[in-house]
Design a protein around this ligand. Structure first.
Ligand SMILES: C[S@@+](CC[C@H](N)C(=O)[O-])C[C@H]1O[C@@H](n2cnc3c(N)ncnc32)[C@H](O)[C@@H]1O
Length: 268
């Protein structure tokens, strides 16, 4: 199996991937969790793969200084335009950095580092995962915390081959210029040995003049199992303190189809 070429998961290569991001289906379930963790830490917070600022901006609005790093200048550009609409106080709390989460040195440490919404899974190789986690550890204050969210791949989901046929995933949405966008999804390949899946998000666009186009965002994602995460983080100097299946602290349950794994860790 060949992974997709764009190491960012398509956020560098395709303009439409960034452009549609905030319209697809705003995911809000994790925002209060990440805001609460940021408040408890007192800040400043380092958020890796911060994208268009979905969790970053609410944290700054809650009064916490935050640095967001993303590899995609397009996602950072969209984030900047959203920040410009915020108060001067909020704006002053945010620093954006273009960078690769597996290779960066900000020259400072933080009480909290986060990687929300499965962005870590774009790192499909163990060397890249370890490199990222080592950088996380290096940027944590002694006793600092690390939180990330991953998708849970249940055995049931891994055995489900119906996903190789295109299926509906999110409701149709309309862009400010009147384009109607209907998104479908399919899996293209599943490599059980490497634990990597190649997926496609397919956008059917109808322009206001009636012209239609089909845009394909193909990306590779690595799935993880719970004990693998404990060992992986330990190799980078991070001790896993909890594995949860939701943001209310329900313990991780590997059988939940289409669920999440929320990982909490401390600098060992
Ligand atoms: C699914 S989006 C998540 C964005 C944001 N964290 C959120 O929760 O809405 C994935 C983000 O990861 C970023 N990304 C992918 N690989 C990266 C890397 N190696 N370093 C930094 N950012 C990366 C992409 O550019 C994109 O903004």
């Amino acid at each position: 199996m060949e992974d997709t070429n764009d190491i960012s998961g398509g956020y560098i290569e395709h303009e439409f991937v960034s452009e549609y991001y905030d319209y697809i289906l705003p995911y809000v379930e994790d925002i209060s969790f990440y805001v609460d963790q940021a408040l408890q830490s007192g800040g400043p917070v380092l958020e890796l793969a911060s994208g268009t600022g979905r969790t970053l901006i609410p944290i700054a609005k809650a009064g916490i200084d935050i640095t967001g790093m993303d590899i995609s200048s397009r996602m950072l550009g969209l984030c900047r335009s959203k920040i410009e609409k915020e108060s001067k106080n909020t704006q002053s709390r945010i620093t954006l950095v273009e960078g690769d989460m597996k290779d960066f040195d900000l020259g400072k440490t933080f009480p909290l580092v986060t990687i929300p919404y499965a962005s870590f899974t774009y790192l499909t190789g163990v060397d890249d995962q370890l490199s990222c986690l080592e950088k996380v550890c290096r940027h944590l204050e002694p006793g600092g915390s690390f939180f990330m969210t991953l998708f849970n791949e249940s055995v049931e989901a891994l055995a489900d081959n119906s996903v190789f046929n295109e299926f509906d995933i999110t409701p149709e949405f309309t862009m400010p210029d009147g384009r109607r966008v209907y998104r479908r999804f399919r899996y293209v390949e599943r490599d059980y040995t490497r634990q990597v899946e190649v997926k496609e998000s397919i956008f059917y666009v109808t322009r206001p003049d009636g012209k239609k186009e089909r845009l394909v965002h193909r990306f590779s994602m690595r799935y993880f199992f719970s004990f693998e995460l404990v060992h992986l983080l330990a190799r980078a100097g991070l001790e896993v303190t909890g594995l949860y299946s939701d943001y209310d602290g329900t313990p991780h349950d590997a059988t939940i189809k289409d669920g999440m794994i929320i990982v909490t860790a401390e600098k060992a």
